[in-house]
Design a protein around this ligand. Structure first.
Ligand SMILES: [Ca+2]
Ligand SMILES: [Ca+2]
Ligand SMILES: [Ca+2]
Length: 394
């Protein structure tokens, strides 16, 4: 819950933070990045081409240790020895069995679940466990549903976790990430390379920088489109909030598997990034997984940058190898969420830097989630705004 609670709305007050950020000197980078081959020419778009799901032909069993240190938000009053251990198994059809034992908690465990979320993040319940010994031992009930294909992917990439609740720590007292050991970690860096000369404002002949907002990302594999953008005929609540206000709070509940990034590198609180600023986060993925993100083009009513490779996502593996380097400029574009009528970029009174409040502005006459180019729109930019670099970890 921590990250959701940390999510911010960009408000008039926030414009002060912008100024401070924009005053930061742009950082020059002389590196010579490898251009990422995102494999768009070979993707069949169905996400199932030659994908080897590790060990997925049989049953996988993973041992999991639960403790208070993994819990988010941090629980209170937990005895030093509070812990849990579990063996969880999954078969090729997604049927999950598990036995979880807990001990030394503040009181009896009152609920236990398997959730979806990476380490350091929180997410929704996938499976509820039951106990018939007063909360010491928990198992997956026989009538629990099987995991979906997408959730089997989540299991393999380490995106599921156990969470155990007590009366004293209702949000959770001990937690244990289910790490099947099949995933590759990737560090994703979104860097603002705009300058104060990047955005041309035709009406007054001035230029501006293009700050970018906290945003959302997702790792997925069985969707033919980025779930962050669905449905395409009208934006989901998560996309609307990011695209209009840089507000990431609704995304995790609006889109299953969506995670957020919100704190700039070197900052201790969530906020936008101006020239030279960056967001950095690490995700885990397995072969066949794809990555997508959204971040607000702040001087707009409802524009955002997103991935535009096949499936509006970037293949994280090509020919079995993790990709590495800078994402091609042509694989990122400005899209319109279709939720607010567009005013001149950098000047509109209903844009987040000037508007009276969040979610303020005239409805968009075209509700489709689509690229500004596809809508016959354009924006006058002197140079690039966003550089995305993907680096697999050894
Ligand atoms: Ca619009
Ligand atoms: Ca709106
Ligand atoms: Ca607005």
């Amino acid at each position: 819950m921590l990250k959701r609670n940390q999510a911010v709305c960009l408000s008039a007050k926030y414009a002060v933070a912008f100024s401070a950020l924009l005053a930061l000197a742009a950082c020059d980078s002389d590196d010579n990045p490898v251009i990422t081959d995102t494999g768009s020419g070979t993707d069949t778009g169905n996400g199932t081409d030659n994908v080897e799901q590790p060990d997925n032909g049989g049953v996988q069993t993973v041992s999991v240790v639960l403790d208070a240190a993994q819990e988010i938000p941090a629980p209170s009053g937990v005895p030093a020895g509070a812990s849990g251990s579990a063996d969880v198994s999954i078969d090729a059809n997604g049927v999950v069995t598990a036995t979880l034992g807990v001990s030394n908690l503040t009181g009896p465990a009152v609920m236990a679940h398997i959730h979806r979320g990476f380490a350091g993040d929180t997410g929704p319940v996938v499976i509820g466990l039951t106990s018939d010994d007063g909360g010491s031992t928990w198992t997956v009930p026989a009538d629990a549903r099987a995991l979906t294909a997408e959730e089997i992917g989540a299991f393999n990439r380490g995106e599921l976790y156990f969470n155990v609740h007590t009366a004293a720590n209702g949000a959770g007292e001990i937690r244990g990430q289910i790490d099947a050991g099949n995933a590759t970690a990737f560090t994703i860096r979104l860097e603002n390379i705009s300058t104060t000369n990047t955005l041309n404002v035709a009406s007054d002949g001035t230029t501006q920088a293009v700050p970018l907002s906290p945003g959302a990302y997702i790792v997925h594999r069985n969707n033919a489109d980025s779930p962050l953008l669905l449905p395409r005929d009208a934006a989901n609540a998560g996309l609307e909030a990011v695209a209009e206000d840089g507000n990431t709070a609704p995304y995790p509940s609006a889109v299953s598997g969506a995670a957020i990034f919100n704190t700039p590198v070197g900052a201790d609180a969530p906020g936008p990034i101006g020239p030279g600023g960056a967001y950095e986060f690490t995700l885990q993925a397995i072969e066949g997984d794809k990555f997508a993100f959204v971040t607000m083009f702040i001087p707009s009513n409802d524009w955002f940058y997103t991935t535009t490779d096949a499936d509006n996502s970037i293949d994280l593996f090509v020919d079995g190898q993790p990709i590495s380097g800078e994402v091609l400029e042509s694989d990122i574009a400005i899209w319109d969420a279709g939720t607010e009528a567009d005013e001149e970029p950098g000047t509109g009174p209903n844009q987040v830097q000037r508007q009276a409040g969040a979610d303020t502005g005239t409805a968009d006459p075209d509700t489709r989630v689509s690229s500004i180019a596809g809508r016959g729109q354009s924006v006058s930019l002197n140079g690039r705004v966003l550089r995305v670099t993907i680096t697999p970890q050894p």
